[in-house]
Design a protein around this ligand. Sequence first.
Ligand code: 13P
Ligand code: SF4
Length: 328
Amino acid sequence: MAALPLPELYDKVAKVVPPVEWPAIALQVERILELKQQKNAVILAHTYQAPEIYFTVADFVGDSLQLARMATQVDAAIIVQAGVKFMADTSKILNPDRKVLIPDLRAGCSLAESITGEDVRRLREQHPGLPVVTYVNTNADVKAESDICCTSSNAVEVVESLGVPKVIFIPDRYLAKWVAKNTKVEIVSWDGACEVHERFTRQDILALRTQYPGLHVMAHPECPPDVLDEADFVGSTSGMVKHIGESRKSQIALITECSMSSNVTQMYPDVDFVRPCNLCPHMRRITLSNIVESLEKEQYEITVPEDIRIRAKAAIEAMLAVRLNKAG
Ligand code: 13P
Ligand code: SF4
């Protein structure tokens, strides 16, 4: 067989990309690497991105909290967000002087679509005096109406950091239930859900356990409560990645977005990942081809009105401070 192009990058995806598909992928990867250098651009990719993006062209990878943190440290002229729109908004909110691009504006999120800034104002009227804790999976106008943001990695710590007996927690009803179960703080929730995680059922897990005795099941807290009750471990994206390394289990099911299994398969080659596969259609909108186009044409540029940006930034920074304080 002829030598493959970019062999050192191919090694990083060899477990999940067949050699026959690599030459076409490598052409696009090469073009992206060239454009990044020419334009002083970086690519931020969420763990749910396809492996050929995650392992080859991304400069920073992580879950929502890790990407928000990284966005505060970027000094490139252009940030391309290989994620969904709310993540690109967060990058822009934290980096107003840089050009932030998303390769496809349709990369949305069912949670972000479930609530508006007006809804938050109404909630405050219904529950006077309660602080609003907002999952980062929301649009900028919702963050702007909030006291503090959180991600699935730090939700309990953020809620408890406020030192109050009751909070409004929006918009994911399942994450809200998970937080309520893990804190004494009373939670007022909203009716949003992630269209990917809410599709998993307890039956899915029971069927997997029958098929694979001894299976270790890990689930994301955006899943329904009966799914979480059936799991051996519940954690955010980065929490799960860490737990895989620490638990040393030989066969694992990740009850979360499916590309994550592909990415961790490459990171933990000795673990057998059983895949119940729910892909996020919004994450899938981002491809190597539209990253090339995004860099070439510098599209689609994210903008956030300045009054909203300043208030949303305060809520994100309040969240980042909670973790910094905790870390000492
Ligand atoms: P985390 O990155 O916080 O785990 O959230 C998962 C998710 O659904 C991102 O869209
Ligand atoms: Fe939104 Fe769910 Fe997709 Fe994450 S996985 S972007 S929460 S729809």
